[in-house]
Design a protein around this ligand. Structure first.
Ligand SMILES: Nc1ncnc2c1ncn2[C@@H]1O[C@H](COP(=O)(O)OP(=O)(O)OP(=O)(O)O)[C@@H](O)[C@H]1O
Ligand SMILES: [Mg+2]
Length: 258
């Protein structure tokens, strides 16, 4: 078995003249919680977008379980066991909480995606098939009692948790999250922490982009620090926290403390 479930080499992403990501190489151990941190604009989301197939890199390659997935799109990586959430919440706000999770199952059932929006035929059967599993995912994120509510009516923190449940419906092996703690209160962050640890205990590998240092320091096995699109430092939480380069990068940025 491969120790590194994901390996990226020399990843670069340029937007015109902007070097959003420059020469990033990273190995993610199977079953670890790998976090990526850095000041605003450091290139964290762009890196996650490259890892997940949301963007293609300008240069470099991405190996998942030893297979080159560099040129596979997001929807082609999901069936291989990769899933993600977005920095800006993306839910079907008019659909119920339950239907949002059921929509996440669609990759495992060969029914047309539009049937989730306009329920018909295969969808109706599928909804019944998936309902129990969807409810147990909602239970996992503490939203089982909100199943029939409209997703858009949930408070912000609950919408973030719902996004996690929906992504989990794709049954990922590598789960990537972009700032899941943004906008969450302390109790919700604590809960998120327990969920991430729980997923790790279920054999999942987690790649977490996050500004909330309490969360990062509590869950991270490894921390990869970026600044200005480039590698700055990597190591265990204690080493990162006391590293002068990391401290300087954060002090130089506005408003974020490490
Ligand atoms: N689609 C895009 N087009 C042009 N420039 C972009 C695009 N996406 C990101 N960038 C630029 O790339 C750089 C890195 O952005 P990115 O969003 O990856 O940073 P980040 O570390 O996630 O920041 P934050 O902590 O604020 O979320 C920034 O200068 C940003 O303006
Ligand atoms: Mg970002």
């Amino acid at each position: 078995m491969l120790d590194n479930i994901l390996e990226v080499n020399n990843l670069c992403k340029y937007f015109g003249g902007v070097k959003a990501v420059e020469k990033i190489s990273l190995k993610v151990s199977k079953n670890s919680i790998q976090t990526i941190i850095g000041p605003n604009g450091a290139g964290k989301s762009t890196t996650l977008n490259l890892l997940s197939g949301t963007y293609f890199p300008t240069l470099g390659n991405i190996l998942y379980k030893g297979k080159d997935v560099t040129h596979l799109e997001l929807h082609e990586r999901v069936p291989l066991g990769m899933a993600r959430t977005f920095q800006k919440i993306r839910l079907f706000k008019q659909l119920s909480v339950l239907d949002n999770v059921i929509a996440g199952f669609h990759i495992h059932h060969k029914i047309p995606f539009w049937q989730y929006i306009l329920p018909a035929g295969a969808y109706k059967k599928n909804r019944l098939d998936c309902q129990d599993e969807a409810l147990s995912l909602l239970d996992f994120v503490g939203l089982a009692d909100k199943a029939e509510e409209r997703a858009g009516s949930l408070p912000y923190g609950s919408q973030r948790l719902l996004e996690i449940a929906r992504a989990l419906a794709t049954r990922p092996e590598v789960f990537m999250l972009d700032e899941p703690a943004a906008g969450l209160n302390d109790v919700e962050v604590q809960f998120l922490m327990s969920r991430l640890k729980n997923l790790q205990n279920k054999d999942m590998t987690i790649i977490l982009v996050e500004h909330n240092m309490k969360l990062v320091m509590n869950v991270a096995d490894e921390i990869f620090v970026m600044d200005h699109g480039e590698y700055l430092f990597d190591g265990k939480p204690a080493a990162v926290q006391s590293n002068p380069k990391v401290i300087a990068a954060y002090l130089g940025s506005s408003g974020t403390e490490i």
